[in-house]
Design a binder for this molecule. Structure first.
Ligand code: PEP
Ligand code: MG
Length: 558
């Protein structure tokens, strides 16, 4: 590319995690488009069947070789490549005279439009659908499958990266991932987070930088710097060394003056539970059970659910685990539970509201949990808006044998009425991802609105404070399990506001543990006070950082 000189020296996107890396840039091989002058030929229908079958088999093979949520999404993409409706749509097109690659492109375009119209999780699957299209077309044209074969440690850049693309990479050689598209809750971000690879999404312009150019990625700041100077390279390398050093502290979470703050992990599977214990999480503050059933077409039986929950509970030994009942709907649609025709799914029948439409699904899950629960198993419901809903959930959960019952506070109404909600349950957990979405009226899937979705927004902090203060009055735990708990600066504010535990992706534990241990409870309270006194999100975070212990700030590279 000749436009290197005009490329900005620094690009900004949305960083995932805190990691950094310095390496040459490599681009994922782009897909080959269907030729515009493509002609139909005899046997096209059979070739189409063969192409879809080969791609599906290849993806299945990669899924078998992968693990965890990566394997799950690869299997889901393989299922998409084997989808009868998609294949027969393409076959019908070749039968009426369209060339085979064009037929695939047209059929996929039709399905993508439907997925996009459905919004939420399905809309995010459009990347997978396009991955199927590109692989099938490459097979039909005899071209190499799109992707990238790395020859050395590289920062991998792409417009977007599907799990199938990721599976073609030698991850040992991936120093960082940077994409132009995607959002902080998209596949690329999830996979990078799971693998601990520094990542930036929505980095507009990264594909205009020449491949092979040395770049520095700082996912904490969300910046990619072209041709970094020695000082920046040294700073990023020093940070990486510090992260390794921080991970050597595995003691329970506590402030400098010994106020205990249990540091927990967020998980979605038994494999995640094993990863959480390896990262010295003291337990699990959020087990997203819907993740287990994203591909299920029918409601899972009590037996299937009990088996899946037992696997995770066993992996955690006697550590505490907060199991959340199905949060189906909006960004996490489940085929067997989601209303198909909602205009605003984030405001519709999601989370515990399923008890209105399919109460048997809620009660079946609680029965399965009742069968496998130990004294360390806590149960909570998502998307509670009123004390009456909290009461209803608590009575269903207790009837099924749950001993410690709570609800999530992720709707502003629940935060404002937290005292009344806490009269009904034993604990609450703040879901700051949705709390920010609903407080700021900002779709959490729209990366371009990330400034509004910021958990540092003073209105969001006010609601956290109200909830924590209700917990103190009631003498009941108030945890945080939204992404904000992963931020070592926000963690101090949360502790200062009276939050009693923090739950995060396992990779975030060392920095949060260090940050909390570097400050007394009174210092956390003072940091919370300056953050609450700011007029906007950026100033709130800046004021909190400025009030931190200087040595801790330096160690965290802030
Ligand atoms: C949240 O909303 O903050 C939360 C933890 O739940 P989820 O991200 O699964 O919606
Ligand atoms: Mg939520």
């Amino acid at each position: 590319m000749s436009a290197v000189a005009s490329v900005a020296r620094s690009l900004t996107g949305i960083g995932v995690g805190r990691g950094g890396a310095v390496a040459p840039l490599a681009f994922v091989r782009p897909a080959v488009a269907a030729p515009v002058d493509e002609l139909p030929a005899d046997g096209d229908a059979a070739r189409l069947h063969e192409a879809f079958a080969t791609v599906a088999a290849d993806l299945r093979e990669r899924a078998t070789a992968a693990s965890g949520s990566l394997a799950e999404v690869l299997s889901a993409t393989a299922l998409m490549a084997a989808d009868r409706a998609l294949i027969s749509d393409a076959v019908k097109r070749v039968e009426s005279g369209t060339g085979p690659a064009t037929a695939v492109a047209e059929a996929v375009a039709g399905f993508a439009t439907m997925f996009e119209a459905a919004g939420g999780y399905l809309a995010e699957r459009v990347t997978d659908l396009h991955s199927v299209r590109d692989r099938v077309i490459a097979f039909l044209l005899g071209a190499p499958a799109p992707g990238l074969v790395l020859e050395g440690r590289s920062v991998v850049a792409a417009r977007d990266l599907s799990p199938a693309d990721t599976a073609t990479l030698d991850l040992e050689l991936v120093a960082a991932i940077v994409t132009e598209l995607g959002g902080p809750t998209g596949h690329t971000a999830i996979v990078a987070g799971q693998l601990g690879i520094p990542c930036i999404v929505r980095a507009t312009g990264v594909l205009d930088v020449a491949p092979g150019t040395l770049v520095a990625v700082d996912s904490g700041a969300g910046t990619l710097t072209v041709d970094p100077d020695d000082a920046l390279v040294a700073a990023i390398e020093a940070r990486a060394a510090r992260e390794v050093m921080l991970a050597s502290d595995t003691a329970p979470g506590a402030t400098k003056d010994g106020h205990a703050v249990p540091l927990l992990a967020n998980i979605g599977s038994a494999e995640d539970a094993a990863r959480a214990t390896a990262a010295h999480a003291e337990g699990v503050g959020l087990f997203r059970t819907e993740v287990l059933f994203l591909d299920a077409q029918e409601a899972p039986t009590v037996e299937r659910q009990a088996r899946d929950y037992r696997a995770a509970i066993d992996a955690l030994g006697d550590r505490k685990v907060v199991v959340r009942t199905l949060d189906a709907g909006a960004d996490k649609p489940l085929a067997f539970a989601t209303q198909p025709d909602e205009e605003n799914p984030a405001l519709g029948v999601r989370g515990f509201r399923l008890a209105r439409t399919i109460p048997e699904v809620v009660d079946t899950q609680l029965r399965a949990l009742g069968e496998v629960s130990t004294p360390s198993t806590w149960v909570m419901a998502p998307m509670i808006a009123t004390p009456a809903e909290a009461r209803d959930f608590a009575s269903r959960a207790r009837a099924a044998g749950a001993t410690t019952v709570g609800v999530m506070v992720e709707v502003p109404a629940a935060a404002l009425r937290a005292e009344a909600i806490l009269r009904e349950v034993d604990f609450v957990s703040l879901g700051t991802n949705d709390l920010a979405q609903y407080t700021m009226a900002t779709d959490r899937l729209r990366g371009e609105l990330a400034d509004l979705l910021d958990p540092w927004q003073p209105a969001v902090l006010d609601l956290v404070r109200a909830t924590a203060s209700a917990g103190r009055t009631a003498g009941k735990p108030v945890g945080v399990c939204g992404e904000s708990a992963s931020d070592p600066v926000m963690a101090l504010v949360l502790v200062g506001l009276g939050v009693t535990s923090l739950s995060m992706s396992p990779g975030a534990l060392p920095a949060v543990r260090f940050s909390v241990r570097s400050h007394t409870l009174a210092e956390c309270e003072a940091i919370a006070a300056v953050a609450l006194g700011a007029d906007d999100a950026a100033h709130a975070r800046a004021a909190a950082v400025a009030s931190m212990d200087a040595a801790a700030r330096a160690t965290l590279g802030l």
